[in-house]
Write a protein that binds this ligand. Sequence first.
Ligand code: IPM
Ligand code: MG
Length: 368
Amino acid sequence: MSNASLLILPGDGIGPEVMTEVRKIIDWYGAKRDLQFDVSEDLVGGAAYDKHGTPLHDDTMAKAQEVDAVLLGAVGGPKYDNLDFSVKPERGLLRLRKEMDLFANLRPAQCFDALADFSSLKKDIVAGLDIMIVRELTSGIYFGEPRGIFEEGNERVGINTQRYTESEIDRVARSAFELARRRGNKVCSMEKANVMESGILWREVVQKVHDEDYPDVELSHMYADAGAMQLCRYPKQFDVIVTDNLFGDILSDAAAMLTGSLGMLPSASLGAPMANGRPKALYEPVHGSAPDIAGQGKANPIACILSFAMALRYSFDQGDEAARLEAAIETVLADGARTADLMGPEGGTPMSTTDMGDAIIAALDASL
Ligand code: IPM
Ligand code: MG
């Protein structure tokens, strides 16, 4: 592998703490597996606002465009709640997604055996669960125009616009079908074609891409509300779910919770291939900045570490090493390693963020 470049953006809240553990893992791969990464670090979100008055400096944006992969911790916190909308921490993340054109957001919801008891659903409904939500990430109501708060007569009106072009639907559908072929070969597409024209177009285009190029993949369509219900009722019916930006945001939080803890779930946001063949990519945990526990060493670093595993797989063609890291995490969980978010009702003493990172390193050592 040619030296790979990684830009690390720890961000706010628990972001920096969990990223410290990821850096230990990256160093381990350099020392023990000879995978060398050129790592640089920069600010995003509230941390960037504090220093530069903007949640993403132009220089950082330019760096993100150049590297092979960006690894992001989390953004946001109560300190920034009253900032003007245009400089809120979240705008930094949305700018990265949009300008890097990261249209396919992969959000796996996988239930680790050792944690099946933590789900709010019955154990047999979630044990062995392994679904992949592919969320369209650069269009739809998050970015559509017109948008804003306007005066209309003697009151104000808030407007956002759901907008999808055929090509935007086409490319994310292809991502979903490609992934499905490497998994359970099933795609369920979710929209609201019963009430939204954009949903009608979505359904048509997904079906067309399927019929023309992926007839071997099993395709079904579901209204997104029914999809939410089915996710809670019998989630194992799904393999890959493909859906728009807003439905994907909501459905992926629901799917995440099926697995027991938001502290476990990684994500990959992928764009078109760059000149070196690697996709433009940003990896981040699904959880947020958790300001209530920030700085206390309580955060679970696993989601962020699993995000690095996704980087190994999708950016660096190191699927075996990604599997090694995932297996190390399975091992420590099976051995009873638990951060505070993974403590059951029976209680006990949770381990710290650092101790969890060290336990995973020890399991990696043992895997050699
Ligand atoms: C997510 C988050 C973001 C989103 C926020 C932080 C902008 O909820 O990644 O799911 O809404 O996309
Ligand atoms: Mg969300």
